[in-house]
Ligand binder design. Structure first.
Ligand code: 4NP
Length: 168
């Protein structure tokens, strides 16, 4: 890899299967970064703690609900997180505390980045602050996928502006 050509800030979103929540975060937040002209500054990716869905596209329900808001997730393929990701990313953001516990086990001692929950970046004073984690929508209906997108859009906008402040 040509390190010098990498954007200065690299963010990895992690859930369980990498077919619902974390690819939604990748697709939505990549689009927000692109629209703000920051694609050469911030790179995003996603992965799952489980190996079950490696190589699969995002869940069609997640893609449908994202498409309804103008976000395209069709090119994303699931992969499993690995210890190597701790050398590739500055921020590793989990969707829930189970994912975070798995990542904490995997984290090498030399990791100097930020490992935490995506929803730690929710702006204060939002009605969404009652959520500390992005709820797993896999066994539920469409409303769960819409809530995932609401949470990702709110936390993602704040995450981007905090990273931008760090860069400037
Ligand atoms: P995700 O959702 O972690 O948001 O991708 C899930 C996807 C698949 C399964 C569970 C959660 N599963 O049990 O296969």
């Amino acid at each position: 890899m040509q390190e010098s050509l990498e954007p200065p800030v690299r963010i990895l979103f992690v859930c369980l299967g990498n077919i619902c929540r974390s690819p939604s975060a990748e697709g939505v937040i990549a689009s927000m970064i692109e629209k703000q002209g920051l694609a050469d500054q911030i790179k995003v990716d996603s992965a799952g703690t489980a190996a079950w869905h490696i190589g699969k596209s995002a869940d069609p329900r997640a893609m449908d609900r994202a498409r309804a808001r103008g976000f395209n997730m069709s090119g994303l393929k699931a992969r499993q997180v690995s210890e190597d990701d701790f050398d590739q990313f500055d921020y590793i953001l989990a969707m829930d505390s189970d994912n975070l516990a798995e990542l904490t086990q995997l984290q090498p001692p030399h990791f100097g980045g930020h490992l935490g929950l995506l929803l730690d970046f929710l702006p204060q004073g939002s009605e969404l602050n009652k959520y500390a984690e992005v709820p797993d929508p896999y066994y539920g209906g469409d409303s769960g996928f819409d809530l995932v997108l609401d949470l990702i859009e709110a936390a993602g906008a704040n995450l981007i502006s905090m990273v931008q402040q760090r860069l400037s």
